[in-house]
Design a protein around this ligand. Sequence first.
Ligand code: NAD
Length: 479
Amino acid sequence: MQNKLHFINHRWQASASGATLDVLDPSDGEVFATLARGNAPDVDAAVHAARACFDGPWQAIDAAARGRLLMALSRRVGECTDELAALEQRDCGKPIKQARADAVALARYFEFYAGACDKLHGQTIPYQNGYSVLTWREPHGVTGHVVPWNYPMQIFGRSVGGALAAGNVCVVKPAEDACLSLLRVAELMAEVGFPPGSINLVTGYGHEAGDALVRHPGIDHISFTGSPRVGTLVQQLAAERHCPVTLELGGKSPQVVFDDADLDAAIAVIVNAIVQNSGQTCSAGSRLLVQRGVYPQLLQRLGAAFEALRAGPAADDLDLGPLIRASQLQRVQSMLGQAQADGITTAAQGQVVAHAPASGFYQAPVLLRDVPVQHRLAQEEVFGPVLVAMPFDTEDDAVQMANATAFGLVAGVWTENGARQFRLAKRLRCGQVFVNNYGAGGGVELPFGGVGASGHGREKGFEALLGFTQLKTVAIRHN
Ligand code: NAD
């Protein structure tokens, strides 16, 4: 049994209270590790370490040197891909190909932000004679990062990578279900030369360690990725002390398929967009809007694809692993139960392999058809492998239905009509639109974030760096 501690000021530290919490393997439901259960005193120690670093050794590391540190980290993460993937597989129940993809993306985030450090600069502004006016992009200082369990490495990479590149230091509260890979990454950061206090991880529950982090007056900026419910709480608390917040919340993202779409190209992508990570993806393509002419054919072909899908233990590296925990499985099953009670038709379903332990958290992928636009299954995030399909008639109907949820994270459009591609891209209310693809391979360069209940602010890409800085205008009178 491994007993994991907080990582504060480059030292492993138990919680001030001595409390711990259990870590379960989602593939069999067994406890295999414990974590320190952090609370306000542990967060306070981490924030003080971060502040001392920011005011001290961090100031001696200029932008190019920060870039070299991040590049060294990228290389070290790359060397540890197998180790990190194995940790993630056990901790999160990810099939090994997904866990490896996450570790590769983590290295790529650090590589991207390494190159960006010394390219982030202000401007000079033409002003009245006798003045020189310039702008500086300054770091916030000590940034707080609340990370969810579905893609710990990728979300840590984009959030912490961007914050460090912009000159901040970090205190991170990983999700209680998914800490192990990130604790190892923090150790790698110390190894490649990040100074003590520049990266601190406090593990524990959201309502304890997470709440303490969000309330802490020493946190100058908060990046929160998680549910809309907690995102609202975080924003309310941050507002009380005027702390800037970036919120990356959920989605109910549509894939819109027109009659003229290349179905051969679309089908595998549509399946992957809901099956990847067992549907526990904020940007999952969870609503399928299909023009009526092609609806029967597409559903029949998708049905065949769903029936061939297999869920099973992460080590088997099948199409889907288990869900993260029992409560997540219960949530998905209760939503499916409601669909059944409301008379919604199951068009197709995959299988859980027979040898999957009964104590694991498995859900076979499900395709539901003719789901009414306003039904709960078409409005709320399931956060499981459940795709809801519905037909539409005209382009205007498609736009209206696609925009008919509180969310607005991502959308996919499938059509060969070039003018329609642009019209849809303009009219869909969301942060990213993909035409004849979905996700574009994840691209760390591509700014990501939502509108409405999906949150605000952007992560990923160069754009994220702007959010991790504040702008100072300097006007110098010289005559
Ligand atoms: P969650 O909101 O319950 O937890 C997210 C994080 O917040 C965890 O670290 C948790 O410990 C912490 N937390 C919980 N309560 C808190 C509180 N009161 N104060 C401070 N922190 C608290 O969400 P989850 O179940 O971990 O993740 C699933 C949700 O996250 C889904 O809705 C999903 O769409 C969303 N998500 C969004 C993105 C994105 O980039 N938009 C990415 C991943 C997940």
